[in-house]
Design a binder for this molecule. Structure first.
Ligand code: PLP
Length: 404
């Protein structure tokens, strides 16, 4: 059963200037605006053509391994004794997470636009590996900027990127972490913005990136829309996904927004507690401001500078959030909740032991919230969790943390 997708009231966003309500936009130096406008124009021109759709579908099916299955976590659900928990298995994608869904689209756009190089920053290396993979298969040079400290901490991902043919540049300025890697990428990008393609790693940054990345990730929700009724006979009652920048979450949510009977939950990390520097719960404690070329909720100090953030899950420790999430919070279509490091670790172990699935620590935040929610609901209710990635990258850390 494949349901067709009709335009709905949520599909009018972003508007022509890249705004979701009052969030988003293009907060850029004037000389860069034409570069991003050109990407937008090119994308809008090709996105619905048969050629582009066929090519993308080919990579989705034969390279990424889509559709990803939905799995009923029966053991976990019965142990909790409340609502039934289902998992959308993005962890089974090639490279082990959802990020490949948008890096393949970014690489295809760059290639078709005749760009000469893909470039991006990476923190823990997940975006870097996903982009290096897409660059390899599409056939473009790729440069990844990484803080020197992260290069040392994330050796396996550095090796992966190198093996995939990417050039990894260790950034030795400032705190030598993600923030400096962003600056390093930007400084290189502005040397030749017409020929270089700055591939953003989530639904963040200046328009059109929040839109392009969302459209690429929306395949998660579009598949779930026919898979879930095939499995259960009806739509899910609740959706749950973790939110760092917000790409895996918007990918699942955007296909279901117009169905107002479905409750939707985004889960942020409260880390070691909701005190300064100890969390990354942007939509819970942030205020509107500007970061990385967009207007959005932001954890900021009095001067508008981003606050330090922390989470056990390195993919979630971002002081901003995708502008569409800011909008969905304000109009109350999505409820944003938080989960601590300890709750995340407990959920990691519970899913591993009951279902034989090691979740990424990012995804374990969504699982943890779903477990809490399930307890408050009856067994005739369902929860669909986006399991954004696999936990193999986190095993050494978990073992050390829990002294297993
Ligand atoms: C990067 C990452 C995230 C966070 O990114 P979003 O843009 O918020 O989805 C979540 N899960 C996994 C497995 C990741 O690698």
């Amino acid at each position: 059963m494949k349901t067709s997708t009709l335009p709905n009231k949520y599909d009018i966003y972003p508007d022509k200037d890249g705004y979701y309500g009052s969030y988003g936009g293009q907060i850029l130096p004037p000389q860069l605006k034409p570069i991003f406008d050109e990407i937008e124009e090119f994308y809008l021109k090709i996105k619905d053509t048969a050629d582009f759709k066929n090519e993308l579908n080919y990579y989705r099916k034969h390279f990424i391994g889509r559709p990803s299955p939905i799995y009923y976590a029966k053991n976990l659900s019965e142990k909790i004794g409340g609502a039934k928990i289902y998992l959308k298995r993005e962890d089974l994608n090639h490279t082990g997470a959802h990020k490949i869904n948008h890096t393949i689209v970014e690489a295809l756009i760059a290639k078709k636009m005749g760009k000469t190089k893909l470039m991006a920053e990476t923190g823990a290396g997940q975006h870097g590996v996903a982009l290096a993979t897409a660059a390899a298969v599409v056939g473009l040079p790729c440069e990844i900027y990484m803080g020197e400290i992260d290069v040392l901490k994330q050796a396996p991902n550095v090796t992966r990127m190198k093996l995939l043919g990417a050039k990894v540049i260790s950034v030795t300025t400032g705190t030598r972490t993600l923030k400096d890697a962003v600056d390093g990428t930007f400084n290189e990008f502005i040397k030749d913005p017409k020929n270089f393609f700055f591939a953003i790693g989530s639904v963040v940054g200046p328009h059109p990136f929040p839109m392009i990345v969302r459209d690429a990730q929306r395949i998660i929700g579009e598949e779930a829309k026919y898979q879930f009724p095939e499995l259960t006979g009806k739509n899910p009652d609740n959706l749950v996904a973790c939110v760092g920048g917000g790409s895996n979450a918007i990918g699942l949510f955007s296909a279901f927004l117009e169905n107002e009977n479905i409750n939707i939950y985004g889960v942020e990390p409260s880390g070691n507690g909701l005190t300064y520097g100890n969390h990354a719960a942007t939509l819970t404690l942030g205020t509107p401001g500007n970061i990385h070329g967009m207007h959005t909720y932001l954890l900021q100090d009095e001067k508008g500078e981003p606050q330090p953030v922390y989470s056990i899950a390195s993919g979630l420790d971002y002081p901003g959030v995708g502008p569409q999430h800011s909008f969905l919070k304000d109009i109350k279509r999505v409820q944003y909740e938080y989960i601590s490091d300890d709750e995340c670790l407990a959920a990691f172990m519970e899913l591993s032991r009951t279902e034989g699935i090691l979740p990424a620590l990012e995804s374990a935040h969504a699982v943890a919230f779903a477990m809490k929610l399930a307890k408050t609901l009856s067994p005739d209710q369902t929860i669909l969790v986006n399991l954004s990635g696999r936990g193999d990258k986190d095993i050494d850390f978990v073992v050390e943390k829990l002294s297993i």
